[in-house]
Design a protein around this ligand. Structure first.
Ligand SMILES: *Cc1c(COP(=O)(O)O)cnc(C)c1O
Length: 460
């Protein structure tokens, strides 16, 4: 053994570095509710500490960890606390974090049954449970990917494969040059990641038939042109601004009559299906062809957890395994068949643990609580004179002041306060503050404090 091997072995055996990590992590957990939700200027300045050239010699692990904790922890965004409302992020259910630590120690390559039987098994279980929760057709298969962007990419690749096959074209062999034309129909409010993945798949934005959306950001069904079997329709469960849901029931019926493919981007919104009270929002989703959803948003798993589900297993696997002849398959589930990746993190472990912990009622409760807090915020903000521009059907609230200028001032005041964080957006040519309630940690008193903060900001 060389000196470096000896050092690493000693570090692994002594556990000192893990104790150190644990102590830093616990300190972080204990402070996350009181730290600045977005780092202060001086904490951000600390990041210059990392602007160094790589030194020649190896150093002690504890030194690496100390540097990271000293200058890294203060420059994090506290979105695992209760007062982060930006984008649509989500916190972390404690048990999912715990099992992530354990499975990080396992360091399983999740690509094959042969490289991780436990991951293969838990993917199978998650697939079954998710189909049950979302009430999807039994033939549906699921792939576990890094997030909804990759889920969209995978689902749309399957759609492209199948629609072209229906038109007599094998895209795996022949590629896109000279392929029959597919018609891609999307409404103006589809998420940026859908546009990005379409472009990556060879369908630039000018090749898309854009359909108008309504004042909530839903597809206007009566504006849908006549469709046929060459059509791919893109719908959304949960608009990133308003939280609105498309009319899946109607559109899927129209699509299924002609053999078109419907893909639903349900990154955070698909989970409405898990709530008795909110499942009316996802009515008809089971009639679509593919669905993308995140674990790391509404379900509050740690990051790197997206799922693509597809009702056509053959199209799905063919689209993702166009050139995979050399792979050793087994009788058991080989996860790489269901994702674009080969080596991959065994991310189904946290997803499994989160669902196992919460149970169906726990998931329902988490989802409905986000909605209730969003309604509480809507109510409180209206009472102090703010306008709410969306119908708060799920967890998103769009807030505006009396003028764009006031909205911007309020936003800046709140962002600078460090007490909570929310982002700005533009909605129907108006400046708005966009609020997303999606951390299990957010309590009614967090919402009260946030309303107070708005009140202070308005009076400034
Ligand atoms: C977040 C989001 C995405 C992208 O998902 P990632 O997990 O960030 O890749 C796609 N669509 C919608 C509606 C989203 O909210």
């Amino acid at each position: 053994m060389n000196r470096l091997q000896q050092q690493m072995k000693q570090e692994l055996k002594s556990k000192e570095l893990f104790d150190q990590v644990r102590s830093h992590a616990f300190e972080y957990i204990d402070g996350v509710e009181t730290m600045d939700v977005f780092p202060s200027e001086s904490n951000l300045e600390g990041l210059t500490n990392f602007d160094e050239s790589l030194q020649q010699n190896s150093i002690a692990a504890t030194q690496v960890i100390d540097q990271l904790h000293s200058f890294g922890s203060p420059a994090t965004v506290a979105h695992t606390g209760g007062k982060y409302f930006g984008f649509v992020l989500g916190g972390t259910v404690p048990v999912s974090l715990g099992v992530k630590w354990l499975s990080d120690v396992w360091d399983q390559c999740g690509g094959l049954y042969l490289t991780s039987p436990i991951n293969s098994k838990l993917e199978e279980v998650c697939e079954r449970w998710l189909k049950d929760i979302f009430d999807l057709p039994k033939e549906t298969v699921a792939g576990f990917v890094s997030g909804t962007s990759m889920a969209n990419l995978s689902g749309l690749a399957a759609a492209r494969y199948q629609l072209l096959k229906n038109l007599g074209w094998d895209v795996n062999k022949n590629g896109l040059n000279g392929a029959p034309k597919l018609r891609i129909l999307a409404h103006e409010q589809v998420h940026a990641s859908v546009k990005k993945t379409l472009t990556m798949l060879g369908y630039g934005t000018n090749s898309i038939e854009w359909i108008p959306s309504d004042d909530q950001g839903r597809l206007q069904v009566d504006k849908l042109p006549k469709i046929d079997s060459s059509c791919l329709l893109l719908l959304q469960a949960g608009n990133a601004n308003t939280g609105a849901f498309d009319d899946f029931d109607t559109v899927c019926d129209i699509a299924n009559r002609v053999g078109a493919w419907v893909h639903i981007d349900g990154a955070f919104g698909l989970w409405a299906a898990a709530s008795k009270e909110l499942s009316y929002l996802t009515k008809g989703i089971e009639k679509a062809s593919s669905w993308a959803v995140d674990g790391h948003k509404t379900l509050n798993t740690p990051y790197d957890s997206g799922v693509i589900m597809c009702r056509y297993p053959e199209a799905f696997v063919n689209a993702l395994q166009a050139t995979g002849e050399y792979i050793i398959y087994s009788e058991q589930r080989d996860p790489l068949l269901f994702t674009p990746e080969l080596s991959k993190r065994s991310r189904a472990i946290e997803l499994w643990a989160t669902m196992k912990y919460l149970g169906k009622d726990g998931i329902d409760q988490m989802v409905i609580t986000f909605h209730q807090r969003a309604k509480q915020l809507e109510d409180g903000l209206q009472k102090i004179g703010f306008k709410i521009l969306n119908d708060v059907v799920f967890n998103q609230v769009l807030v505006a002041g009396d003028s764009d200028q006031e909205t911007k001032q309020v936003l800046e005041y709140i962002q600078n306060s460090g007490e909570c964080w929310l982002g700005g957006s533009t909605w129907q040519e108006k400046s708005v503050i966009r609020i997303s309630i999606c951390s299990w940690m957010t309590s009614d008193s967090d919402i009260e404090q946030t309303i107070d903060l708005f009140n202070k900001a308005k009076k400034k």
